[in-house]
Design a binder for this molecule. Sequence first.
Ligand code: HEC
Length: 185
Amino acid sequence: MRRAPPHSPSAGRFASRAIVAALACACLAACSDPIAVEPPGPDPIITQAALEAGGFIEVSPCRPSHEHDLRHVRVVANLAAADRYRRCVLTARPDDPLCLEPFPEGALFVKYEYELPGCVPAELVSYTANAKLAKGAFESGRDWRWQRISPKFKVEEDGAPWRCLLCHIDHCEPPYGHDLRCTPD
Ligand code: HEC
């Protein structure tokens, strides 16, 4: 009787095919994992690099917020936003012609949020941010894009979340603000 020895070439080929098949199955299982195929989230409207590059001006220093989950906050804005925020929000001047216009496209606000007083950078719990889009580009957000962003710059809320909008429409129109930007309370 002829029996193939255990390490004959044909037994070896069989074993290697079995290994290849097992690996293929493992890969298929991993590839069909919903976490592995989840599309990347939206890009944050601000990045660490952009914040560190300068060009942002503090328009509202560290203070407790009556809104925003009663956190301690500080607000920075880019150049396109800062001057108008001072003129039309902080010192509401309804007769200033500048304040009849909405913020220009590219205006950007970033609010740093902390649970504890002092706004210590290492204790940041969240960013909220708004970027002004082109006129008429995003009516449901009043041409602002709204985001909540984690300290690691993962976008947690994006677009025109109703919670952000309702509160800003309620609290941040004249005489309490300008173009949905709020007077610090
Ligand atoms: C419950 C009301 C409320 C909610 C909800 C809310 N905001 Fe605000 N927000 C305010 C008020 C009031 C201010 C100004 C005073 C302050 O900072 O407390 C403000 C300030 C801001 C600022 C600083 C610039 C400015 O407008 O003065 C940003 C940026 C901002 N909010 C973004 C957001 C985003 C994004 C969301 C949703 C993820 C959101 N807010 C949800 C009430 C709210």
